[in-house]
Every structure is written in C-alpha cells, then in structure tokens.
Ligand binder design. Structure first.
Ligand SMILES: NC(=O)c1ccc[n+]([C@@H]2O[C@H](COP(=O)([O-])OP(=O)(O)OC[C@H]3O[C@@H](n4cnc5c(N)ncnc54)[C@H](OP(=O)(O)O)[C@@H]3O)[C@@H](O)[C@H]2O)c1
Length: 326
C-alpha cells in the first residue's frame, strides 16, 4: 500500500481506500457477513481510510464500520451529512439540523468525535452561505468533529468551497470518464493544501469492463433506478455516461490497458497518476474486489503514451456527454 497526505488533516491515507455506500444499500442486495469480511480484508492489506454517510442504508453502513473502528484505533472514517433532509434544501443546512445529524452519526459510529464530516452534495446555494461553514467551525470547537470538508457534484462548487479556510477536503468524481477536475480544480486544491478524495473511480463498475450492453441490474440498484437521474444526480450513476457509450469506450481502453493490470487496476492507477489526488475510494462489497483494487496502489506509473491514449479516448467518446455538465 502507498500513503499520501490528506490535505492539512495531518493524516497519511491509503491511496486506495474504501467507499462503503454499497454496504448500506442502493446497489442490490448485500450480505452483512460479506461486507464485514471486505472491511476486515481492507484493514489487513493496509487500507486506513473509509468513506460512509448517514444515509447509506439509513445509517447501516456507519453501524457496520463501528466494530472495525473499535478494533483498529488507527483507521479514519469520513462520514457525510445533509441528505437526510427532505426536502433537500439549502435552508435545511442549519445549526439545528447539522448538529442533530452529527449526533446521530456519532452514535452510529460509536465515537466521541467524527474524524471527518463532509457536507453531502448540498444544493449549490449552500456554498454561498458562510453561516453554514460557521456552524461547522463551531461543531469543531465543541469537539464533535475533528475536521470537515465537502462532497461536491460540480467543479465550480469545489472551487467555491475551498474559499472557506476550514474546508480541508473535497470529495469529487474523477475518473477516465470524468476528466474535468484535472483541468480546473486540482491546481487550486494543491495551492491551498486541500485533500482530494476521489469517488466513483470505477464509474459504478463500468470501467472494470465487466458489463455488456445487455447488462441488467436489480430494482434496488441505482444502476437500474437512477440511469437518468430519477432519484439523485445522474452523474453519480456510471459517472453520467450512457451505458452503451461507456461500453464502447471501455473496449477502446482495454486496448491500451497494460498487460499486467486488470481494467479496475488500470482505472485506479490512472487516477493516482495525478498528484493532487490524496486517495481513491472505490466501492467494493466483497474481499476479492477489495484485494484487486488495493493492488492498484503498488502498480508502476503509467507511461506518457498510455496517459495520452486515455485522454484521446475520453475526448472522442464520452467528453460530449459529461464535460460541460460537471
Ligand atoms: N455523493 C457522494 O458523496 C457520493 C456519491 C457516490 C459515491 N460516494 C462514495 O464513493 C464510493 C465509491 O463510489 P461508487 O461506489 O459509487 O462507485 P465505484 O467505486 O466507481 O464502483 C463501485 C462498484 O464497482 C464494482 N467493483 C468494485 N471493484 C470491482 C472489481 N475489482 N471488479 C469488478 N467490479 C468491481 C462493484 O459493483 P458490483 O459488485 O455490484 O458489480 C462496486 O460496488 C462510494 O462507496 C461512496 O463511499 C459518495
């Protein structure tokens, strides 16, 4: 495993960390005993950073992490707040609600302080309300959270968020099918020493190359019910790329994938080629997926030719569908 600094938090986090949305739900049925094995395996192979949220399985993902946390004092858990709001409005991001969300996460995770609290893709207007960040500063002063950051949908939101001095991390979608953050945001994040947590690194599994155009997904899987953004931002499902277009692009990527890497490893190693990235948080429900993904951390750098080829495939295939949107 390799480790990188997570902005100004003072933590060295595993470059391949773990996202735990799938352990809570919205990805078809999950088996808790497999999930726990996946978490244990991750720790065994050096993963020390886990991403969750209070809404993943309505707190179930956080609760699954609690025993791991008790057993391993050195791991860090990042959670998120805001998506319990219904309706999900900027006004809901107030002192009373944020405090209640934090208290509930503390209980789910069985902690006295949250390592890292991220606002969970709030409405854009929240980034223009300094009072929301004042509340986060106060929660920090009270000792309920140790650090805070944001999880954003758009590059513009990320750029706005890092104007607040207390924001230490930004979680953003960045992958072979979502390349704009490297153009506009990474330099600004590095200049301010903000940690960058990359989510959806495998484009919801699409970049692993395992799907065909005939792929179907269970009713309780967002890759079925959110293809067109019916439940939440479309960009969270397959990184906003249409399945057919994505599969065609993956076939081209397979042609340039180094022979000793799987497609999942190639996709993760490509992201880690960018120094501004602190870590990737691929979702994985089973120990074998964790093992395959973690191995990407120790792969050698990709060549300039390979990087250029990936950029070219992006420009010719998926760019038109995503570049101007996020
Ligand atoms: N708004 C937000 O803040 C937000 C939104 C989305 C995600 N996230 C965070 O980011 C994390 C990662 O994003 P994500 O889970 O949406 O997408 P992702 O990491 O791009 O894709 C995860 C899915 O890919 C498949 N997969 C993983 N490793 C694999 C392997 N080695 N071989 C084959 N298939 C593999 C698994 O699906 P199957 O097992 O079903 O095939 C897995 O559930 C989440 O868990 C969550 O913590 C945050």
């Amino acid at each position: 495993m390799q480790y990188r600094e997570l902005g100004s938090t003072g933590w060295d986090v595993s470059t391949v960390s773990l996202g735990t949305w799938a352990l809570g739900g919205s990805w078809g049925d999950v088996d808790d005993s497999e999930s726990l094995k996946a978490l244990q395996h991750a720790v065994e192979v050096g993963v020390n950073f886990f991403d969750t949220a209070d809404v993943y399985g309505d707190g179930h993902s956080e609760q699954l992490l609690a025993p791991l946390y008790r057993e391993h004092a050195d791991i860090r858990v990042a959670t998120k707040a805001g998506r319990r709001l219904d309706p999900h409005t900027a006004d809901g991001y107030n002192r009373e609600n944020l405090t209640a969300f934090v208290d509930r996460s503390l209980e789910n995770l069985d902690r006295e302080a949250l390592d890292l609290l991220q606002l969970h893709c709030p409405p854009t207007e929240v980034y223009y309300r300094p009072e929301v960040f004042d509340v986060l500063d106060d929660l920090k002063a009270q000792g309920k959270i140790r650090h805070y950051g944001v999880s954003v949908e758009k590059v513009e939101e990320a750029l706005k968020a890092i104007e607040y001095p207390g924001v230490e991390t930004v979680q953003i979608i960045f992958n072979m099918f979502r390349q704009r953050p490297a153009e506009r945001f990474f330099e600004a994040a590095q200049a301010r020493n903000v940690g960058v947590i990359v989510r959806v690194p495998l484009a919801s599994g699409l970049l692993t190359g395992k799907y065909t155009a005939e792929a179907t997904f269970p009713e309780n899987d967002h890759r079925n019910f959110n293809r067109n953004g019916e439940a939440f931002d479309q960009g969270e499902t397959f990184a906003g790329v249409g399945l057919e277009t994505g599969i065609r692009a993956v076939h081209e990527l397979e042609e340039v994938c180094p022979g000793d890497m799987t497609m999942a490893q190639f996709a993760l190693r490509w992201i880690l080629m960018f120094d501004a990235v602190s870590c990737v948080i691929p979702g994985a429900k089973r120990p074998d997926q964790v093992a395959e993904n973690v191995a990407a951390a120790d792969q050698p750098p990709l060549s300039d030719d390979t990087m250029a080829a990936v950029r070219d495939i992006y420009d010719r295939t998926v760019r038109e569908q995503v570049h101007h949107r996020w």
